[in-house]
Design a protein around this ligand. Sequence first.
Ligand code: HEC
Ligand code: HEC
Ligand code: HEC
Ligand code: HEC
Ligand code: HEC
Length: 193
Amino acid sequence: MCADCHSDGLVRNYSAEKNSFASHFDNISVSCISCHGDMPLHQQGDTHQGNQPANKRNDMLDVISTDHPTGRWLRNIDEKTAHWQGEARNNAFMDNCFACHSLRSPLTDGIKANTPFLDQFSPSLLAAPMYYADGQIKEEVYVYGSFLQSKMYAAGVNCLDCHDKHTMKLKIEGNGLCLQCHGAEVYSVKSHH
Ligand code: HEC
Ligand code: HEC
Ligand code: HEC
Ligand code: HEC
Ligand code: HEC
């Protein structure tokens, strides 16, 4: 049960006949293939990708979020909060994150990167005692359930707006993280605090 999220390449090999497991895994802990999959394009050895613009390189294509649209979080002069302007965002890569950052039951054996979350897992509903009545995280439910019902998710905010894609550290310490999109003159003032 634990190895599902705390290793990669896990295969349980459950035999219903013998009611036993013959599990194996590739690595303890999260590794490259947990998010990038087996990188089929990478293996084809495209030696030209170093010359490609960042959004055309193979390593990017291996993560579902292949599209780097020409859009930005911009705040119009009369807005309190930015909204995404430009080409629509493809946030499907978050399905990779949700595989582990959700309270769910597996439907398949192991985790396959770059495969829709709902084809592999059945997520728990936002019910007591694990969640607060308004859907906020209460017990150890990770991120998915509550995040999905937030206005920020609905508006297209993704994990990488706040977390670095590899270190997972916050991109900005303190209020600045939120002020990337929320206007300081409205939210970073005493009346709001
Ligand atoms: C659904 C995926 C999932 C499963 C299953 C899971 N974990 Fe975790 N675990 C995580 C995530 C994600 C974190 C990161 C912290 C968080 O989100 O709270 C974590 C954090 C931890 C930590 C803290 C690590 C640290 O460095 O602080 C420990 C210890 C841990 N898990 C042990 C276990 C054990 C033991 C089991 C089995 C009983 C288990 N986990 C099952 C996803 C999972
Ligand atoms: C927790 C998930 C996760 C893990 C684990 C992970 N990556 Fe990534 N990686 C990402 C995401 C997300 C991106 C950004 C993809 C995008 O922008 O389309 C990325 C981008 C990249 C890129 C493109 C260049 C760049 O920096 O944007 C390379 C190369 C890369 N990863 C290599 C690796 C290697 C090698 C490992 C293992 C040591 C690894 N990644 C582990 C999620 C992960
Ligand atoms: C294979 C399972 C798995 C996948 C896929 C995965 N994570 Fe995690 N993540 C974990 C576990 C386990 C931990 C806890 C690691 C530890 O503390 O040792 C963790 C920790 C984190 C943390 C906390 C880091 C810290 O400094 O405390 C963040 C943030 C995070 N993950 C975001 C993401 C994002 C964003 C993605 C998708 C791009 C992702 N994760 C994909 C399993 C996963
Ligand atoms: C709007 C900004 C924002 C977004 C979007 C966001 N996070 Fe976070 N995340 C934070 C902040 C702030 C913390 C707290 C960090 C701290 O306390 O040091 C955090 C902490 C975490 C932790 C560590 C929890 C712990 O117990 O240590 C995990 C895991 C995590 N985020 C995963 C994710 C995942 C997965 C996504 C996308 C589904 C995501 N986050 C999206 C801001 C964000
Ligand atoms: C990448 C842009 C972005 C960042 C960064 C961001 N937000 Fe948001 N936030 C939004 C958008 C867009 C909305 C939706 C506004 C709306 O629908 O009216 C929103 C809505 C909210 C809401 C209302 C949520 C609800 O479901 O009712 C709160 C509270 C909030 N943000 C707090 C924060 C905090 C705290 C941080 C920093 C940890 C943060 N935001 C960072 C873009 C962002």
